[in-house]
Design a binder for this molecule. Structure first.
Ligand SMILES: [Zn+2]
Length: 490
């Protein structure tokens, strides 16, 4: 049950990486995905796709995209996610595996190794993470014992990419939860010699205590969701905490807007930190994987080439875009057991597309996806709102404009019904906690104008909130809900 370590890709040319990836793609589809995944076996059969016909990355275009909706539970099938687990049995193994692979198994059997145990280590799901969905519909994704080795090896490569040093101390503020963010950092910790202090998030360690810890554990690296880190750092500055030991920030779990990046940087500098590197980390639970920017602010993310193939596609046709052309990110497992996906539409748009060849920023030759990153639709909220002219609004725009405003400490957008009447008109309400000493009426006007310029809608702006109350309203302890649908159901 050997796994494929990422280190062997470090010195390959991009042509060599592509060759290895396509070989892995062919083998994975023929010997793992088609025989052992109930969902994909049916998908291939229904669409009359011969698994042997998928030879190259280009051939992937024959396979329909998989969306989040395909994995979501239904009334008839509440455990639909199980269809995506690799589930081999001995009959299928003998039917689909090539003679040489079978011979290897037979040898193990003859030499006394317990075959069933070997297969369990490889395929039996032992570990579960889930999406941090807002309303009870969080989706589980499973790892097997082999996966834990395979994925934690890839996760630990963030040490090399971001240039973490062994004598640095990381303060991890991601909540103790079955989420990729926490598990990712924990597995890096288990697979490296770096020292990590896990606070468990604000449900376990208060913001005040976290500020104290930064100094007592001599933290050099802060990890967390940008809105939580921003909050912790604001408290630290208020208490005039010395921040000069902080050298790096790794931000993950939600979009790192330009505004938040600048604010975090400014607070750190104000607290005495110099030359801080702020890395954005892009990941999704469905990929069970995350990538750090190779250079801070570059918006360049090298994928883990041993585990996934990435495609950037046209949303309407599912056809691949040319390298460097923007489009939707689609990922395919070419390794991994447990929950595996083929052509999964992540829901994220990479404006800079996919690129091959040596990276101008870091020199690595592994495929890289390039931002700015946008969302197809705000999946965390799944709501539609139209403006005065009947156009569908992109609610993500709020992530661009509100964090950039210096006067705002916390913000939340709530879609409501006028007078709470289910048949009434939709209204957009913006709840704001502002800095002390500013004119609230002026701020409200400024926000109204910005929103109207951007999406042609007149919001109600409520600037009466204080920072802690608003953060609490957003359920900030796990993941702040910035955009919420508070419309009564008809
Ligand atoms: Zn790079």
């Amino acid at each position: 049950m050997d796994f494929d370590p990422i280190e062997r890709y470090y010195d390959m040319s991009s042509e060599a990486v592509a060759r290895v990836q396509e070989k892995k793609l062919r083998d994975f589809i023929r010997y793992q995905l088609y025989p052992f995944s109930p969902y994909y076996r049916k998908l291939f059969d229904d669409n009359k796709i011969d698994p042997n016909s998928i030879q190259t990355v280009k051939d992937l275009e024959m396979i329909p995209l998989t969306t989040k909706e395909d994995i979501m539970p239904t009334a008839e099938d509440p455990k639909r996610y199980e269809q995506f687990l690799l589930q081999p049995d001995l009959d299928m193994i003998t039917e689909f595996w090539p003679k040489t692979k079978l011979f290897g198994l037979k040898l193990k059997d003859l030499t006394g190794a317990d075959l069933k145990k070997e297969l369990s280590k490889e395929y039996y799901p032992t570990f579960r993470i889930e999406t941090s969905g807002t309303t009870g519909n969080s989706l589980p994704f499973m790892f097997t014992s082999r996966d834990i080795k395979q994925f934690s090896n890839a996760y630990a490569s963030i040490m090399d990419v971001a240039g973490l040093k062994d004598d640095q101390v990381v303060l991890n503020t991601f909540p103790f939860a079955p989420h990729l963010t926490f598990i990712f950092v924990y597995w890096v910790n288990l697979n490296s010699t770096i020292r990590v202090f896990h606070t468990g998030g604000s449900a376990v360690t208060s913001t005040e205590k976290t500020v104290e810890l930064m100094n007592t554990v001599d933290a050099n690296v802060l990890m967390g969701a940008p809105s939580c880190l921003h909050r912790i750092l604001r408290k630290a500055r208020k208490e005039k905490t010395d921040l000069s030991s902080i050298k790096m920030v790794l931000s993950a779990g939600e979009k790192l807007s330009r505004g938040t990046r600048m604010k975090i940087e400014a607070i750190l500098e104000g607290g005495g930190a110099t030359d801080v590197e702020i890395f954005d980390v892009y990941g999704t639970t469905e990929m069970r994987d995350a990538y750090s920017e190779c250079v801070p602010g570059s918006e360049v993310f090298h994928i883990h080439p041993n585990i996934h193939i990435a495609e950037i596609v046209d949303l309407k046709t599912g056809k691949q875009k040319k390298p460097g052309e923007g489009g939707a990110l689609v990922v395919t497992n070419i390794d991994g057991r447990g929950t595996v996906l083929c052509r999964f539409l992540t829901g994220d748009i990479f404006d800079g597309g996919i690129r091959y060849g040596p990276c101008p920023h870091c020199g690595r030759a592994t495929p890289r996806i390039v931002g700015p990153i946008g969302r197809i639709k705000d999946h965390s909220t799944e709501m539609d709102l139209v403006n005065n002219k009947g156009a569908l609004l992109n609610l993500n725009s709020f992530h661009d404009i509100l964090p950039e405003m210096d006067e705002i400490l916390e913000w939340q957008v709530s879609i409501e019904k006028r007078n709470n009447d289910p048949s009434g008109l939709d209204v957009l309400k913006i709840n704001i906690a502002s800095r002390k000493g500013i004119k609230k009426a002026d701020l409200a006007e400024k926000i109204k104008k910005k929103v109207n310029d951007m999406i042609e809608i007149d919001p109600i702006v409520d600037t009466s909130f204080n920072e802690d109350d608003l953060f609490g309203m957003m359920g900030g302890k796990l993941k702040p809900e910035r955009i919420v649908d508070n419309r009564p159901k008809e």
